[in-house]
Design a binder for this molecule. Structure first.
Ligand SMILES: [Zn+2]
Length: 349
């Protein structure tokens, strides 16, 4: 068994209105100086002046950079700005895209990252992984865990409902991810961390148990999903890989994003993938389907605007996305017809 270091966030603050604590939060982490804030234009318009006021009150002069997309070119642009401005830390403020770009840029220039999510759409909030386009692969890469995570529930509750539902899809995907991880341990003698696996499963079970409340989109439900996403990211930090968070269902999601670009959010396609992969694993997939329905996440190809053929093709292509990451899809190697059958049996098509 190889060794791996466990990397975790050092400070996590979750609660209503905690954005006003950002300055003190940075100070508690010993970050006194210039800060680079990476965000999207929408968040900048809504929150730019509020956040600038919060930071300048305490002599933290923020430098703002807007990102358009999670691409390698954007990561490089952020790195150059960070070097030029001599910042001591990078803040990723926004949805998945801004946090992902900020995370990889901060990692590359060896500066700490502070993650300030404005939605709960996936586990990148606290994980050591970043999903960036324009690399040699379509899946996320391991870099560094954020040093701090500050999640303001008031902001996240006001994000579009679809993003929260997507976050739930990413959480339910841990059920099939952990199953696949165990399979890789049993059949390929891969390192398997039971504690990290249990922690990831705990976050998925929370969604199953609280699906009705989460579906109502109230503060308690949203807070629970945010904590579960942070916890799943921490599970990846403990595992030292994305294994507890990402299995065959994620490979399906990545394949689908190549076959039908732009169809469905990350967590939406992972949730749909989890339904089918769970069935293939010999489990009762209806628990996942029911929970997805209750939280208002899509469970069918039609709901995310893809055809039955595209679903089947993505299932067939999935193992080739990461040949070395052994999952049930690698073991069973679906052909087109059996993929179509699986999608039909699970009600996805
Ligand atoms: Zn994910």
């Amino acid at each position: 068994m190889g060794l791996h270091a466990i990397e975790l966030p050092r400070r996590i603050l979750v609660g209503s209105g905690v954005i006003s604590e950002l300055s003190g939060f940075l100070e508690a982490l010993g970050l006194d100086g210039r800060i680079l804030i990476v965000t999207g234009s929408h968040v900048r318009n809504n929150m730019g002046s509020i956040v600038t006021n919060i930071l300048t009150e305490n002599q933290h002069t923020p430098v703002w950079m807007e990102v358009e997309s999670a691409t390698l070119a954007e990561v490089k642009r952020i790195q150059q700005a960070a070097a030029k401005e001599e910042v001591i830390a990078v803040v990723g403020l926004g949805g998945g895209k801004s946090v992902d770009v900020a995370k990889l840029a901060a990692h590359n220039i060896r500066r700490p990252l502070i993650s300030v999510p404005t939605s709960a759409s996936h586990d990148g909030i606290s994980s050591p992984m970043a999903s960036i386009k324009g690399m040699d692969r379509p899946y996320s890469m391991i870099c560094s865990s954020p040093l701090g995570v500050l999640a303001d529930i008031d902001l996240i509750v006001n994000a579009p409902a679809r993003l929260l539902a997507s976050g739930c899809g990413d959480l339910l995907a841990k059920i099939t991810a952990v199953w696949d991880w165990r399979l890789a341990w049993e059949e390929k003698n891969e390192y398997y961390g039971e504690y990290a696996a249990s922690l990831a499963l705990l976050s998925a079970r929370f969604v199953i148990r609280r699906a009705n409340e989460i579906g109502k989109h109230n503060v308690d439900g949203v807070r629970g999903v945010v904590e579960a996403l942070i916890s799943a990211g921490v599970a990846a930090g403990i595992a030292g890989s994305s294994r507890p968070c990402s299995g065959g269902e994620h490979l399906f999601s990545h394949a689908l994003s190549l076959i039908a670009p732009g169809a469905g959010l990350h967590g939406e396609t992972c949730g749909i993938g989890a339904i089918m992969v769970s069935k293939l694993q010999g489990e009762d997939s209806t628990g996942i389907t029911d929970a997805l329905r209750k939280v208002n996440a899509p469970t069918t190809a039609k709901q995310i605007g893809v055809t039955p053929e595209q679903i089947a093709k993505a299932l067939v292509m999935a193992p080739s996305i990461r040949p070395e990451r052994y999952t049930i899809l690698h073991r069973d190697g679906l052909d087109y017809d059996s993929a179509l059958k699986l999608a039909k049996e699970t009600g996805v098509i």
